[in-house]
Structure formats: C-alpha cells, structure tokens
Design a protein around this ligand. Structure first.
Ligand code: NA7
Length: 548
C-alpha cells in the first residue's frame, strides 16, 4: 500500500460499519461507542439476534450452558439476567439479546431489514464504501464483518422440490408464526446438530415422522433441566473465576486445560469407563471433548470413546436394526460436530417414527406428494430441511467485498480462506472479521471468542487513532504463515480427513480446507495479545498523510 495515494477525507458517514446484529455485532457496537467511535450496524433480519433470530425451529437450543453462553463484559448484566435452564432455548437467548440491545441503548445505531450487498475499499480515500439492498451508500473508515459462521443456509436443491404440494421449511429460516404439525406426516432430511434437536420435538407433534439419514452422527445427552436459583447464585458469586478459566481453556468452556494431559489410552480401562460413565451421566458434548481432548488426535483414544457412545445407542434403541443404522461408522467421534441431544435416540423407540437410510437408498426426487428414494416413495404433508450451512465463508463470500485494486474476497479466497489470525485478510485494509475463518470460532464457545475478537479489534482501532494511522492491513507473509500454522495444527489431528462442514465438504465445489483454528482458545488469545503488544506484528500500518 502506498501512503501517498490515501488522501483521508475530513468527513465519513461513520467511523465503522458493522455487518450483522447477532452476539458479535451487538457487542462490537457497544464497545466502539464506549471507546468514542461512531458506528452503524446493518442487519438483514427484522430484529436483532443473528443466528438466534433465524434459527427458531422447534427444539432450537444452544449446546453450551447458559451461564457460559453469555456476555461477560458487563458484571451488572451477568448478575441481573436470570437463565431458566441449564442449556438455553432459542427464545430465551433471543430475549437476552433483545434485553442487551435495550439495556445498552443499541437500537438507535442499528438499521434492521437491511442487507449489505457490497463493500468496496476506496484506495484514494482509504475508506470503505458500503452498499445495501435498500439502495443506500455509506462510507466508513472500518468495516467489521459480524456475519456469523453458520448464517448462510444451503438451499434445498433436491430434484422436484418445486413440485412438492405440501409445506416445506428450512430450519435456518423457520417462520416467526407457529407451525402446526399436529396430525401431519412430516419428513426431516438431515441428522446433524439441528435435526437432532428438531426430531424429538416433531415426533411428539406429528402423526408420523420419517427421518432421512445420510450419515449417522455421535450425540451426547444434554441432561438439560431447570437451573435452580441457588445454583445460579453460586455460579454468579464466582463468575470472574469461571470466566477466567473459560478464556484460558481449549474450547472456551470452564474446563481448565490440564498442565500435562493424560493420554486416554493410558487410563486403566476400569477408571476410563468410570470417567466416561460419569461424563455421560452429567451430560454435555463440550465436557466430553474437554475431558478427553486427545480423541481428535489419537485414533485409539477415539475408538474407545466412540465405541462407548455406540454402546449407549445400542442400549437405548430397542430395534437392533435401527440402532445399527444410528451407530456412526463413517467417521471418528468429534470430527463432525459432536451433537448434544434431549431424547434423540429414545425418539426412535416411538411407533410414529421411521428411519430411512439414504446411503442404502438415496433420494431420487421430491414428488408432489412426498419423497422418493431408490427403494420407496414416502407420502408427506410437510418436509423439513435440516441440511446445514455454507459455513464460515458463505456469508462473507455472498457480499461483494473488494479490497486493494478491486480484488474481490471471493477471488482472493478461491482456494480457501486466507486470513491472518482469522481477524483480517491481506488486500483488505481496515476490514476486520469477528470469529473469522482460521480463528477458534466454531470450535469454541462462540461468545467467548466473540468477546475476545471485539476487544482486540476495538483496542486496535483505538491504537490506530492514537498513533494517527490511516490503514492497517495484514501482511501477505504473516498471513501465509498463519494459514500454514492453522493447517499444520489441523493436520496433526483426525479432523481434516472427515467429510464435514469444517472442511467445506457439504457444499459442492467448495475448496476442501479445514477452517477453524484448533490451537485452543487460551493459547490463541495469548498469541493475539502478543501480536498487539508488539505493535501489531504481521500487519502493515500506514500513517495518515500530514496534509489530509
Ligand atoms: P449439518 O451439521 O451440516 O447437518 C446437515 C445434515 O443434513 C447432515 O446430516 C447431512 O448429511 C444432511 N444433508 C445435507 N445435504 C444432504 C443431502 N443432499 N441429502 C441428504 N442429507 C443431506 O448442519 P446442522 O444445521 O445440523 O448443524 C450446523 C451447526 O449449527 C452445528 O454443528 C452447530 O454448530 C450449529 P451428511 O452428514 O452430509 O451426510
């Protein structure tokens, strides 16, 4: 970048444009306002909440405990908000985010029902020009993408879908009005985390539920239930310590990283069995992974824990043929998102539930009255697509983002995302990504990772202002080093071999790259802090021209 080309204008519409009003966008706005920056948030939904605004399907719930899946930036907020259950339901998370928007008076800087369509960096002025689907054009020095990791759902592209005479729904775009499934014959396509939440709910309501499964997944019981006031009080009395452990942990949950982790295979079998039984009885997917983190590295450890879960499935599901179909066999445990459920396997003991194996009998087409596989036609009144997302890069690539010399982000990332720390991308000055690709993001408690990124970005902007720096841009060398490091860490695990959305395998034509950073939330945080402490090492900083 050449300083001489930047003639910073005196006036911009906003210091920062923030795209998205979910957990990330809301806190980014609050933090920037506190630090004396102006900001405008653009949000496509008719309300705030991001992921938790859109994913309102029956059974939608977070798989991180409510006391941990919440902001820590305000001690008052964390003390005053009362969670009703161990794992929060979508309506409760949405109510929480609306409370946050009101409590911190955020709404006046949020423009709803507005989708950002383009963001172009103007080299001459050093500003971002942002366009929306309402025909607006605004300028800002910084552009912060708070677009979420799982926010672009895959559209159903099954042959014949347009002919279906019944109602169909995408879990990630569930209607705001109640959907009555009573007495209906319902089909659910997919058995990922979303479907595993939807299926038990739908089975209770529908006349009949047919589940179309391509890949069986591992799921761990949530053991959800009310969160007693006394228990919540006890946690809140010690919140700073609990939050501190999460920030330093592997996954952003309050399970401390062991100094010298024990290898699962070295634990005497009886002791290991006892440990797994205890974890199973307590519930929680993240606790299981955190207790035996080597399952994603060591095939032997993985086989032990995977077989333990398969045993539990066989013990729960009465029909041995159905149990066998539900036992995952195509991938090591944890290499696809480890799911969390309430009564998922038990649901297959109901008389009104049928499981269809799409590996043996693939979908041929959706017909006017149902769905046809290679073996049979299933008459349906309602079809629910729980078929996943174009994860981590989809939402970013769907905006026309152009940086230096008109370089498009999509083009720059044609072979997979290229970022420095998952926070920025070379060629795109003054653009920040919150929980971007190649940061811990989806492999962590998102709220912990979001707060870390927001704090880092705000501190960076304050530094630039103080130092009179017009532009910050990731250097291509630092970026190449980070991308290689992310790949090296991933390649030391079993993760990249499995076809999952972590590697983009669920979207035809998407480059196969393992995208989250697996180095752990705590070590990653320390690395980002070091980068800042060293004057933003790995970034190029361009001073504001004196005459501007
Ligand atoms: P996932 O985890 O991507 O699950 C999608 C499911 O849909 C999965 O079982 C897929 O089977 C199935 N699927 C997708 N396309 C098809 C087609 N064409 N035919 C049959 N089956 C299909 O998405 P979720 O929404 O459940 O979860 C995403 C994340 O959101 C989750 O991990 C949490 O972090 C929150 P496949 O496995 O590809 O064979």
């Amino acid at each position: 970048m050449n300083d001489a080309r930047i003639s910073a204008p005196l006036v911009t519409d906003f210091d920062t444009v923030i795209v998205g009003a979910g957990f990330a966008g809301l806190y980014m706005l609050h933090k920037l306002r506190e630090d004396g920056f102006t900001a405008r948030v653009f949000e496509a939904g008719t309300g705030v909440g991001g992921t938790w605004y859109w994913n309102r399907y029956p059974g939608a719930r977070c798989d991180i405990e409510s006391v941990d899946y919440s902001y820590s930036f305000s001690p008052e907020l964390e003390q005053e908000w009362q969670w009703s259950e161990r794992y929060p339901r979508q309506p409760e998370i949405l109510a929480y985010l609306n409370h946050v928007a009101d409590r911190f008076d955020l709404r006046r800087d949020i423009q709803l029902e507005t989708r950002v369509t383009a963001a172009h960096f103007d080299q001459r002025t050093g500003l971002w020009r942002v366009a929306t689907d309402r025909g607006q054009h605004v300028t800002a020095r910084y552009c912060v993408m708070a677009t979420g990791c799982l926010s672009l759902p895959k559209r159903p592209d099954f042959p014949g879908v347009e002919r279906f005479a019944g109602d169909w729904y995408l879990t990630a775009a569930w209607p705001r009005e109640p959907v009555d499934l009573t007495g209906k014959r319902v089909g659910v396509i997919g058995t990922g985390s979303t479907a595993i939440q939807v299926i038990p709910q739908v089975a209770r309501e529908a006349a009949h539920l047919t589940v179309f499964q391509r890949t069986a997944n591992f799921s761990v019981p949530a053991r959800n239930g009310p969160l007693p006031a006394a228990e919540q009080q006890r946690i809140k009395a010690d919140y700073p310590a609990r939050r501190g452990i999460s920030r330093d942990s592997l996954f952003g949950v309050p399970v401390a990283m062991p100094a010298a982790p024990q290898r699962t295979r070295d634990i005497p079998p009886a002791e290991l069995r006892q440990m797994l039984e205890t974890l199973w009885a307590q519930g929680g997917a993240m606790s299981l992974l955190a207790a035996a983190p080597d399952v994603i590295v060591d095939p032997e450890a993985n086989a032990i824990v995977a077989e333990f879960v398969r045993e539990k499935i066989r013990a729960t599901v009465k029909d041995p043929k159905v149990a066998a179909l539900l036992c995952p066999s195509t991938h090591p445990l944890g290499t696809k998102r480890l799911c969390l459920d309430t009564d998922y396997y038990e649901t297959y003991n109901r008389d009104n539930v049928t499981l269809v194996d799409l590996r043996a009998t693939p979908i041929e087409q959706i017909t006017e009255h149902g769905l046809r596989t290679s073996a049979a036609e299933y008459p349906l009144d309602v079809l629910i697509f729980a078929t996943g997302f174009d994860a981590m890069t989809g939402a970013l690539n769907s905006i026309d983002i152009r940086g230096q010399d008109g370089l498009s982000l999509k083009q720059a990332w044609a072979d997979g995302p290229q970022t420095y720390l998952g926070l920025a991308s070379a060629g795109f000055p003054n653009m920040f990504l919150i929980t971007g690709p190649q940061s811990p993001s989806v492999f962590s408690n998102m709220v912990v990772s979001i707060e870390q990124h927001v704090a880092w970005i705000a501190e960076c902007m304050a530094y630039l202002r103080e130092q009179g720096i017009a532009c910050i841009e990731a250097s291509p060398q630092a970026q190449a080093g980070w991308v290689a490091h992310v790949a090296e860490v991933a390649n030391s695990t079993l993760m990249p071999q499995t076809d999952s959305w972590y590697v983009g395998a669920n979207v035809p034509g998407k480059p196969r790259v393992f995208t989250p950073y697996l180095g752990g939330v705590g070590p990653y945080r320390r690395h980002c802090e070091q980068v800042a402490a060293r004057g933003y090492e790995g970034f190029e900083l361009i001073r504001r021209p004196v005459a501007a």
